[in-house]
Design a protein around this ligand. Structure first.
Ligand code: AHG
Ligand code: MN
Ligand code: MN
Ligand code: MN
Length: 335
């Protein structure tokens, strides 16, 4: 038991990444260092969240609105800046694109052409921050193609298969980092006494069906009839239960671990849906497919969607393959 416990404590995130990428050669070192930087950002944000209630200026609103038209929380800004600061001197990424910045942040001085771009949602579920409920950070890594001299970042407007890695950090009772680089989905739990993310679940698989459906039913009146038909079906059939936390990362993590389906359909106010493709739906779709699940807009796989702009939104139906297919069947019946 002692040896096993020691083994577990030594399977750190960076060692796991190196193991996954043995055949990658020098790129493995870069990606391992990159994942370590993301882990450092996660630790810094987790620490702030833990103390926020005891600090003068950590919670609440900044009074500004972001490119999404949302009221920006102080924690949104703090977390956004944490990711920039941990990557600034790293020499690993050329650009950081985030929900909270209209344009990407460029780090040209120390980054040869063709290095990585980090796309991220620094705090997902901001509405939960002031009430101490789960929030997350979502990230995806893409390879910059071309040298983007006009800083239009046009090369980011490609489908989700361009993602080299994706994952999230869930700030809950424990801080959990989930990632995939195309070799399965793996979860690490932060051991604060070590300051390390230690492997806690390897090769996570989403069950083909699960009991949970996760959607904001307050939007019922704004949905297409097909979505209402699905919800009516679920209301009439035993074996389903509703779970919705208002933070995508927490709601998705439940689905990843236990099965079921999360939906954020298009609404009257947001026909394209609320969630953003490049740093919310595409990274989670990557994970869902790596774990044997599915992710679609309702009519096409999320990973095939080509965005027309950096902050493009898509509807999202994600989770167990059978449950995503069921939602899609209601949609195709109505077409
Ligand atoms: P963010 O806090 O990064 O803006 O994301 C919030 C998103 C997502 O986390 C969640 O699933 C969804 O907004 C909740 O939206 P509703 O309040 O409309 O249900
Ligand atoms: Mn937001
Ligand atoms: Mn979000
Ligand atoms: Mn956010």
């Amino acid at each position: 038991a002692q040896a096993a416990a020691l083994d577990r404590d030594c399977m750190t995130l960076s060692r796991h990444v190196l193991q996954q990428l043995q055949s990658f050669g020098p790129e493995a070192q870069d990606l391992s260092a990159l994942m370590n930087r993301i882990a450092l950002a996660g630790k810094l944000i987790a620490r702030r969240l833990t103390h926020a209630g005891l600090m003068e200026d950590a919670l609440g609103f900044t009074g500004r609105t972001n490119v999404q038209g949302e009221d920006v929380k102080r924690m949104d800004v703090f977390a956004n800046d944490v990711f920039i600061s941990v990557f600034k001197q790293s020499g690993l990424v050329c650009r950081l694109a985030s929900e909270e910045m209209e344009k990407p942040y460029y780090i040209p001085e120390n980054c040869p052409v063709g290095r990585y771009t980090l796309l991220y949602d620094p705090i997902d579920g901001s509405s939960n921050v002031d009430i101490n409920l789960n929030v997350g950070s979502i990230f995806a890594i893409r390879q910059q193609t071309g040298d983007d001299v006009d800083q239009s970042a046009a090369d980011l407007l490609q489908d989700g298969h361009e993602q080299i890695a994706a994952g999230y950090i869930l700030y809950g009772p424990s801080t959990v980092l989930v990632y995939s680089m195309g070799y399965g989905v793996h979860a690490f739990t932060l051991d604060p006494s070590l300051g390390e993310f230690i492997l806690s679940s390897e090769n996570i698989r989403i069950p083909e069906h699960g009991p949970t459906y996760s959607v904001n039913e307050g939007n019922f009146w704004q949905w297409e009839d097909s979505i209402r038909d699905f919800i009516r079906y679920v209301h009439r059939h035993d074996g389903y239960s509703a779970r919705y936390s208002g933070a995508l990362v927490g709601d998705f993590h439940r689905i990843l671990m236990q099965g079921g389906v999360f939906l954020y359909p298009g609404t009257v106010k947001k026909p394209e849906g609320k969630l953003r493709l490049l740093y919310e739906t595409a990274p989670l779709a990557y994970l869902a497919e790596q774990a044997g699940g599915r992710a679609s807009t309702g009519t096409q796989p999320i990973l095939q969607v080509v965005p027309d702009k950096l902050h493009a939104r898509t509807p999202l139906v994600i989770g167990s393959s059978d449950d995503v297919a069921l939602v899609e069947s209601f949609i195709s019946e109505r077409q």
